[in-house]
Ligand binder design. Structure first.
Ligand code: 5GP
Ligand code: MN
Length: 341
C-alpha cells in the first residue's frame, strides 16, 4: 500500500534541506537500524538529516554504525522539538500511528513537515501521515526501506554502514531469520547486503552474544522460578516485579527476548511476559500460528503490534493484571488451541 510515486520522493528530498528520521517509543533493532540506515543515505545525498527516537535504546544496539548521531527526545526535548518544527520532511519508520512516538507525538502532529510513513505493522492510522508506504507482509521496516531506496534509484548509496544497519533490522525483526520471513525476497535482499560488506556472524554476535551477566541470570531466574505454564490454555506467562528487576540490576532491553523462551515449549501457542515499570505493567505477547496477539493487545491492553508479536500496557497491579490475563486467555481458549498444531 503506497500513495506516491518514487519520483515525488526524489523531488521532495531535493527541495528540503533539513530532514528528521524518526521511530517509535522503546525502539528495537528494526527501528534503530531503519532510522540509522535512512539517515546515512540522506546524509550521503548531501542533506542535513537528523536521526531521532523518543527514548533511549538498549545497550546491545549501541554499537550500530553512526548510532552516536542519534538524538533522544526524552534527553533533549527542546533541541528535538526545534528540529521537528523546522524540518521540511519527516520520515516515520516502523510505527503505524503517531501516538506510538509517545511524547514526540504532539510536536510531530504540530509540524508542517511532509510526513512519510514506511512501516510494516497492521492497521496503520493513515490520516496521521501525508505519504505512506505500508506493507504488513514485509519482514521488517528495514526490508521495506531497502525497497524504498531501490525504488528511488539510490541503491548505489548503500555502503557498508548502511547495509549493516539494514541487515540488523531484518535480522532482529525475524528472530534471526526464524519468523516473518516467508518470502525469498527477504533472503535476496539480505544476500545483497552481505555483498555490500555485512558479516552476518559478527552482527549476530554483537546483538545476541553481548549479554551482561545480570541479564543472563535474570533469564535463568525467569525460566527456573517465574514461568507459569497453563497447558489447558496452551499458554505460558512470566511475571517480573520491580523488586525482582532491581535484584538483577535491570537495564533497558534486559527482558527483551525472554518471552520467546516461553513460546518455545511444545504445545504452547501463546506466551506473555509482564514486567512492572514505574507507572504501569508492560506486557509483551507472542503467538504461534493464526491466533492474533495484536488483536488481544489492542482489545484488552491499550496496545498492538503484529499478529504473532505485540505489546501493551496495564494500569492495575501485577497481580490484578495476571488475573485479567488469565480470564482473557480462557475466553480465547478455543482459538488459542486451534492456532498452531
Ligand atoms: P515487543 O513485545 O517486542 O515490545 O513488541 C512486539 C511488537 O509489538 C513490535 O513490533 C512493537 O512495535 C509492537 N508493540 C509493542 N508495544 C506496542 C504498543 O503498546 N502498541 C502498539 N501498537 N504496538 C506495540
Ligand atoms: Mn519492525
Amino acid at each position: 500500500m503506497k500513495n506516491f510515486e518514487f519520483e515525488k520522493i526524489i523531488e521532495l528530498i531535493g527541495h528540503s534541506q533539513l530532514i528528521a528520521v524518526t521511530s517509535h517509543h522503546n525502539p528495537d533493532g528494526d527501528a534503530i537500524g531503519s532510522v540509522l540506515a535512512l539517515n546515512g543515505l540522506l546524509t550521503s545525498l548531501g542533506k542535513t538529516s537528523v536521526p531521532m527516537v523518543p527514548n533511549d535504546y538498549p545497550g546491545f544496539l549501541k554499537w550500530m554504525p553512526s548510532g552516536e548521531n542519534m538524538l533522544v527526545f526524552s534527553a533533549d526535548p527542546d533541541r528535538c522539538k526545534k528540529i521537528i518544527s523546522e524540518a521540511g520532511v519527516i520520515f516515520c519508520l516502523d510505527y503505524n500511528a503517531m501516538h506510538r512516538t509517545d511524547a514526540m507525538c504532539e510536536p510531530l502532529k504540530a509540524s508542517a513537515a511532509v510526513k512519510i510513513l514506511i512501516d510494516h505493522h497492521p492497521d496503520p492510522l493513515l490520516d496521521d501521515f501525508n505519504l505512506y508506504y505500508s506493507d504488513i507482509e514485509t519482514s521488517s521496516t528495514a526490508e521495506l526501506l531497502y525497497r524504498f531506496i531501490r525504488g528511488c534509484g539510490w541503491s548505489d548509496k548503500i555502503n557498508q554502514p548502511i547495509a549493516i544497519n539494514l541487515f540488523t533490522g531484518i535480522m532482529t525483526d525475524t528472530g534471526s531469520f526464524s519468523y516473518a520471513c516467508h518470502y525469498p525476497e527477504t533472503f535476496e535482499i539480505s544476500a545483497d547486503l552481505i555483498r555490500r560488506g555485512v558479516d552476518p556472524e559478527y552482527l549476530h554476535r554483537m546483538v545476541f552474544d553481548t549479554y551482561s551477566e545480570h541479564r543472563l541470570r535474570l533469564l535463568g531466574y525467569c525460566l527456573a522460578e517465574k514461568l507459569t505454564v497453563l497447558p489447558e490454555l496452551r499458554s505460558a506467562y512470566i511475571t517480573l516485579s520491580k523488586e525482582e528487576l532491581n535484584r538483577f540490576h535491570y537495564q533497558p532491553g534486559d527482558t527483551e527476548g525472554i518471552v520467546n523462551y516461553a513460546l518455545s515449549i511444545a504445545q504452547i501457542n501463546v506466551a506473555v511476559i509482564m514486567t512492572e515499570r514505574k507507572d504501569r505493567i508492560r506486557l509483551s505477547f507472542r503467538s504461534k500460528g493464526d491466533f492474533s496477539v495484536n488483536r488481544l493487545a489492542r482489545e484488552h491492553f491499550n496496545g498492538g503490534g503484529h499478529k504473532n508479536a505485540a505489546g501493551g500496557d496495564s494500569f492495575v497491579s501485577l497481580e490484578e493484571t495476571t488475573e485479567k490475563l488469565k480470564g482473557i486467555l480462557l475466553q480465547y481458549k478455543e482459538d488459542i488451541i486451534r492456532s498452531f498444531k
